[in-house]
Write a protein that binds this ligand. Structure first.
Ligand code: PLP
Length: 410
């Protein structure tokens, strides 16, 4: 019988956060094993409840949510996002510049599908949140990775970024705060990125889904707030700051278009976005009703990230325990939910990091994700999610330490 192949479009598309090792973990669970999952930034299963106010308002609006909404989303939610853009200092945003989506994920894919022709290039961070690279490949584009510098708190190397711009480069992606590194970018760096985009006529795509998950009283600057002339798309949503990953409520904000000539320049691309938004009819409507309440209400994530808060304590424990393992070093995250530790290649001469984390899973029943899954070029990192409670986190990292101890002695 003739085999049924996946399409060629998917040949270079890879998303290892839900890759083959997760399948292995599922099989072990089916056999009755308890797996400690440090692999995915999904807050609800770890007891981080979505704020009551959001849940109640969504339920109250369920009757009104049965029909399709406008393709770009319901008016009240888009208006709330518009006010949010104003609060973040993003100038000149109109209601029409706001698109709601089934999470940021759908909008990332949509923004790339509307933009790229075959061989168009997009600059992406290494390491990155791998959906970005996958979305570029799926759209026929070529992902080009710029390096983030671990020695410099994982700040992207602006010279590397500049050196990788070619005549085919269309856009530049910034993930700030960053997954998987936990870096938070300072304003002077963001200004340098804006200048680069301005000089080369690039679109800036800014994934800011962790903009409220910030520690140590630091604050977040939206790159879109730093220019009125560079076409920027800012992505955000309820998944992380409001612990509502399952509501699939995200948005994107187009900015840098206030001047009529600039809007004219982007008109064709915006038409492409509108076609794709219409083709999916509309995003999940109950989730959209949660947006207005979330953005207008009490920001309860702050109680979790402030000193003494659950995320604050879990970050400290994970950072301290991992850094104490011989040959493991770690940049302390300033934001988000992750650590991206480095394994000294002399002590841990890993050739294939997917095989390495698969062995780790089998021996310790702890699930993490390999660094190359985030398009990191060398097999010497892995990502840990610090969402489990302190007891589970301690147990997981103790088991990782024992595994690494054995590995070093081999
Ligand atoms: N962008 C980043 C950097 C993420 O870490 C994630 C999820 O982990 C997403 C986007 C996807 O978010 P959503 O749930 O809104 O689709």
């Amino acid at each position: 019988m003739k085999p049924i192949h996946k399409s060629n479009k998917l040949l270079n598309v890879c998303y290892d956060i839900r890759g083959p090792v997760l399948e292995e973990a599922r099989r072990l669970e089916e056999e009755g094993q308890r797996i400690i999952k440090l692999n995915i930034g999904n807050l609800a299963p770890f007891g981080f409840a979505a704020p009551d106010e959001i849940v109640r308002d969504m339920m109250r609006n369920l009757d009104a949510s049965a029909g399709y909404s406008d393709a770009k989303g319901v008016f009240a939610a888009r208006k709330a996002v518009m006010h949010y853009a104003q609060q973040k200092g993003i100038a000149g945003v109109e209601l029409d510049d706001i698109y709601l989506g089934n999470g940021v994920s759908e909008l990332i894919v949509m923004s790339m599908q509307a933009l790229l022709n075959n061989h168009d290039e997009v600059l992406l961070p290494a390491p990155d949140y791998p959906l970005w690279t996958a979305a570029v490949s799926l759209a026929g584009g070529t992902p080009v990775h710029y390096l983030c510098d671990e020695q410099n708190g994982w700040l992207p190397d602006i010279d590397d970024m500049r050196a990788k711009i070619t005549a085919n480069t269309r856009a530049l992606v910034i993930i700030n705060p960053n997954n998987p590194t936990g870096a938070l970018y300072p304003e002077d760096f963001l200004k340098a990125v804006v200048e680069l985009a301005r000089q080369h006529g690039l679109i800036v795509l800014a994934d800011e889904i962790y903009d409220k998950v910030i520690y140590d009283e630091l604050s977040h600057t939206s790159i879109a707030a730093l220019s009125e002339d560079v076409f920027t798309i800012t992505f955000n949503g309820l998944s992380k700051s409001y612990r509502a990953c399952g509501y699939r409520a995200g948005w994107m904000i187009l900015s840098g278009l206030a001047e009529p000539l600039r809007r004219q320049r982007a008109r064709d691309y915006i038409e492409g976005l509108n076609i794709l938004a219409s083709m999916r009819l509309c995003p999940n409507v109950p989730g959209q009703y949660a947006i207005q309440t979330a953005l207008g209400g009490h920001q309860s994530i702050q109680a979790l990230t402030a000193p003494g808060g659950r995320l604050f304590k879990q970050r400290a424990l994970a950072y301290e325990m991992l850094s104490a393992i011989p040959g493991v070093s770690c940049v302390k995250p300033k934001a988000a939910l992750y650590l991206f530790p480095r394994l000294d290649p002399v002590l841990y001469p890993i050739q294939d990091d997917q095989r390495f984390i698969s062995e780790l899973l089998r021996e310790t029943r702890v699930l993490v994700v390999q660094g190359t899954g985030f398009n990191w070029p060398t097999p010497d990192h892995f990502r840990v999610v610090f969402l489990p409670n302190l007891d589970d986190l301690r147990e997981a990292i103790e088991r990782i330490a024992q595994f690494l101890d054995k590995y070093r002695r081999q």
